[in-house]
Design a protein around this ligand. Structure first.
Ligand code: PLP
Length: 393
């Protein structure tokens, strides 16, 4: 072991397991040991993959579609994704504008890997999705988290972005709707941010993985907001959250053909291709009827209304979510009262004393906060809020 440790590079020595996955695993283990645990840590829908999508996967196995495919994904799937977004964004996209991978996550990593030179800066708002900072570090870039305020719904502002830019800034990474706050940016906010990105000559990577989960409004993509945005924007999304397909591992990037070509070459060396079975299932999702997405969104919307009402009664400051399936709240007041250091300690006490698992805000760059996921049954949510009330009372 010493030999390996002594020869491991800086990336290997410093990389840590994803904190959100680690908490979910702990909750699962305690449950398996027979403890009465309600886990609100899930980063994935609790619904089943829609039947017609799952069936397409089973058919693929039976038909022997169990091979390597073209590196950027099967042409039919790339074309189907291009068609969906051409219609959604009112612009012409082709299969050559789409690279499919094993989830959105590897694509985000590849993008960091193909664009970053040593110490190039990647800017993203705080709180941020757990893997952004790690990915930038793994690719020898410099993560520049940009502070936000609760008053502003913890959204990045054009002004804050401008102030954080330096000559080394290369990429703006924006997640909309946002994990962990559920914040959703409107067109004006996006446009102001995009203008600053253009002034500072930044590439924009727009992580829109929760695009189908917006409540009481429509999602506005950054990609098609202005005619000049596609020249500097790379959109990343996938079927994980929209179609409850996290385990199938299919995500995609939409970008200029030359970016896609490089991603495909990179992927051909790093992965070969995404799973053919999963690609067939995703194709059924992209070409089939979208009723399942709408009904999942409606169910999430109802849970959100319920959770917001329960949150308001708890009296803890939180961001009013408009998308995704998370609620992010401030634990500092209660921590100060009880002599706890931060959200980590809050979450540990909550888990030990009341059996409710949440993700500490530390995972998202805000240690005194915590994240609730409402990708859980109505019964679990009701029980968890009863326990939280008890815990705080
Ligand atoms: C903000 C954000 N981006 C990307 C991903 C990765 O999604 P995928 O399952 O497609 O890799 C996640 C998953 O939790 C996420 O929350």
């Amino acid at each position: 072991m010493d030999i390996f440790n002594s020869k491991m590079n800086e990336v290997g020595r410093s990389v840590e397991p994803s904190k959100t996955l680690a908490v979910a695993a702990l909750a699962k283990r305690l449950k398996a040991e027979g403890k009465d645990i309600i886990s609100l840590t899930a980063g994935e829908p609790d619904f089943k993959t829609p039947a017609h999508v799952a069936r397409a996967g089973i058919d693929a196995i039976n038909e022997g579609a169990t091979r390597y495919t073209a590196a950027a994904g099967e042409p039919e799937l790339r074309a189907a994704i291009a068609k969906v977004y051409s219609e959604r964004w009112h612009m012409e996209l082709k299969g050559e504008n789409v690279c499919v991978s094993s989830g959105a996550k590897p694509l985000l990593y590849y993008l960091m890997s193909i664009f970053l030179e040593k110490d190039d800066e990647v800017l993203f708002p705080v709180p941020y999705w757990v893997s952004y900072e790690a990915m930038v570090n793994m690719c020898n870039g410099k993560a520049v988290p940009v502070q936000t305020t609760l008053e502003n719904g913890h959204k990045l502002t054009a002004n804050a972005l401008d102030q954080a830019c330096s000559p080394k800034s290369k990429i703006l990474l924006l997640n909309n709707p946002t994990n962990p706050t559920g914040a959703v940016y409107d067109s004006n906010e996006l446009l102001a941010i995009a203008e600053v990105a253009r002034e500072n000559d930044l590439i924009i990577i727009s992580d829109e993985i929760y695009e189908d989960l917006v409540y009481g409004g429509k999602h506005q993509s950054l990609y098609n907001l202005t005619p000049w945005l596609p020249e500097r924007t790379i959109a990343v999304s996938g079927v994980s959250k929209s179609f409850a397909m996290t385990g199938w591992r299919i995500g995609y990037t939409i970008a200029a053909a030359e970016v896609i070509k490089t991603l495909a070459s990179y992927q051909s060396q790093a992965l070969s291709s995404p799973c053919q079975i999963s690609q067939r299932a995703a194709l059924a999702g992209m070409t089939g009827d979208r009723e399942a997405i709408d009904s999942m969104r409606d169910a999430f919307g109802e849970r959100l209304t319920y959770c917001q009402e329960r949150m308001s009664r708890l009296g803890l400051p939180f961001v009013e979510p408009r998308g995704a399936f998370y609620i992010f709240f401030d634990t500092s007041e209660i921590c100060a009262k009880r002599g706890w250091a931060d959200g980590q300690e809050f979450c540990t006490h909550l888990l030990e004393e009341k059996g409710v698992a949440l993700v500490p805000g530390d995972a998202f760059g805000m240690p005194s906060w915590a994240r609730i996921s409402f990708a859980a049954s109505q019964e679990d949510l009701a029980n968890a809020f009863d326990r939280l009330e008890d815990f705080l009372g």
